[in-house]
Ligand binder design. Structure first.
Ligand code: ADP
Ligand code: ZN
Length: 368
């Protein structure tokens, strides 16, 4: 019996997100997603030794005549650069000087974003198949078509909307994912409950232990439901003109924390993206309550769930409220008259609020 789950993304771009154990070995699935006579596997130095051979063998079983090359970057966000992007294009140029190729992104969000952007630009766009291997990439970055690299001036400043041809999330790969990375992904899972569905928060509360233990069925369910929420939003608003912005719940605060810590070469004491978003969601919930939009009890519930997942919920020591506020004002979403935030009315119902005065934000950053 197959335990695979499929979530369909509709609208302008249509593709399937397949979720389940051992999917990297499923040649029928990969063959279905593959076009052209060439494939470039893009991966990183942690993931490639674990899974690249298997993907290559599956591709060969699917298409014996396929030419396969690989491009492997060192792991880490600091590698999501224009220089690596150029190297990926060089790898494509060596593989084939035509559009007759598919890029296979095997890895976490860094690999997915970089490979997706290379696919978007190579000869004005070829297919990318996303094979996410982190929980964060499975529930967030591999879905929705945002691709990018970073500049010294900030994250994701150069990129394109380029939806994948397919997303194949093999949940078995999560067994080798470091626990801290798994927990970071759970922060984005919690986000979907926080903004779209209080009942999903209840489900997460009931399945927290199973999820932390890496239980396949619980993880598949959490991933499938997260992808359903995201698929629905990006189907209706692929270019983030409206409701897609709700997915940024916790991210205005979270990005400020990440920026203030410094992205490049951040030590293990620095929060990763999911951890920063966990803190950011609690701050957003507290701001909602302080502005009279939401009950304080919901903030406590959110905080308790994140803590259960081993995630931080307070601003790391050493980060100054004024400096964080200044970061948020620099953020591209800032407006002249106050900041814009995704807040909530209650658990499971988010809304966008503009013109939030600086002093109210500072109060929350200061823990008042
Ligand atoms: P994210 O998906 O969280 O945006 P990354 O792409 O940086 O971030 O991946 C996080 C880290 O986990 C990287 O060091 C990456 O090499 C490693 N990694 C990704 N997937 C796996 C896996 N399935 N097993 C082991 N390590 C992995
Ligand atoms: Zn995020």
């Amino acid at each position: 019996m197959s335990t695979m789950r499929t979530v369909k993304v509709d609208g302008e771009a249509r593709y399937d997100i397949c979720i389940g154990p051992n999917l990297l070995g499923d040649s029928t699935l990969l063959a279905h997603a593959l076009r052209g006579r060439h494939a470039l596997i893009v991966s990183d130095g942690n993931v490639a030794p674990l899974y690249a051979d298997r993907v290559e063998a599956t591709l060969r079983a699917a298409r014996p005549a396929l030419t396969i090359a690989s491009f492997v970057i060192p792991p880490g966000e600091q590698e999501k650069t224009l220089a690596r992007f150029c190297q990926a294009l060089d790898a494509l140029a060596q593989l084939c000087a035509t559009r007759d190729a598919t890029v296979i992104a095997l890895g976490g969000g860094v690999v997915g974003d970089l490979a997706g952007f290379a696919a978007a630009c190579w000869m004005r766009g070829i297919d990318v198949v996303q094979l996410p291997t982190t929980l964060l990439a499975m529930v967030d970055s591999s879905v929705g078509g945002k691709t990018a690299v970073d500049l010294p001036a900030g994250k994701n400043l150069v990129g394109a909307f380029h939806p994948p041809r397919a997303v194949i999330a093999d949940t078995t790969t999560l067994r080798t994912l470091p626990g801290r990375e798994l927990r970071a992904g759970l922060a984005e899972v919690v986000k979907y409950g926080a903004i779209f569905d209080a009942e999903f928060l209840t489900w997460l509360e009931h399945h927290a232990d199973a999820l932390l233990a890496g239980d396949d069925a619980a993880l598949s369910e959490a991933i499938a439901r997260s992808c359903e929420y995201k698929a629905e939003v990006v189907s209706r608003d692929p270019y983030e003109h409206g409701e897609r912005a709700l997915l940024n719940f916790g991210h205005t605060f979270g990005h400020a924390i990440e920026a203030e810590q410094g992205y490049a070469g951040a030590g293990s004491a620095a929060l990763n993206h999911g951890e920063a978003v966990a803190v950011g969601m609690v701050l957003a919930a507290r701001l909602s309550a302080a502005l009279g939009h939401a009950p304080a009890a919901d903030t406590h519930r959110l905080q308790a769930l994140l803590q259960r997942f081993g995630l931080p919920t307070v601003i790391p020591a050493g980060l100054e409220p004024e400096a964080l506020l200044a970061r948020m004002r620099l953020d591209k979403k800032a407006e002249a008259a106050g900041l814009r935030f995704v807040l909530w009315e209650r658990a499971g119902l988010a809304k966008i609020v503009s013109g939030v005065p600086d002093d109210r934000v500072l109060d929350v950053l200061r823990g008042r």
